[in-house]
Design a protein around this ligand. Structure first.
Ligand SMILES: [Cu+2]
Length: 70
């Protein structure tokens, strides 16, 4: 199981969190994830995490994700 942390700027409310969460829920390889509105950090856990797919999913929600750590 791997963990990756992304910074997602621009999230201002729970609707933003839900939009990002709904997109992440569709990404294969993610076992679970956490979207933190206060820190703007998205923590993703899974066995076959694909950075590009995760960034694309966040982009689909209307935000930009930057890898913070892996
Ligand atoms: Cu919002």
């Amino acid at each position: 199981m791997a963990t990756k942390i992304f910074r997602v700027d621009g999230m201002t409310c729970q609707h933003c969190v839900k939009a990002v969460s709904d997109e992440l829920a569709q990404v294969p390889g993610i076992t679970d994830f956490d979207v933190n509105l206060d820190t703007k950090l998205v923590t993703v856990n899974g066995d076959a995490l694909d950075d590009a797919a995760i960034v694309a999913a966040v982009d689909e929600a209307g935000y930009e994700a930057l890898v913070v750590s892996e």
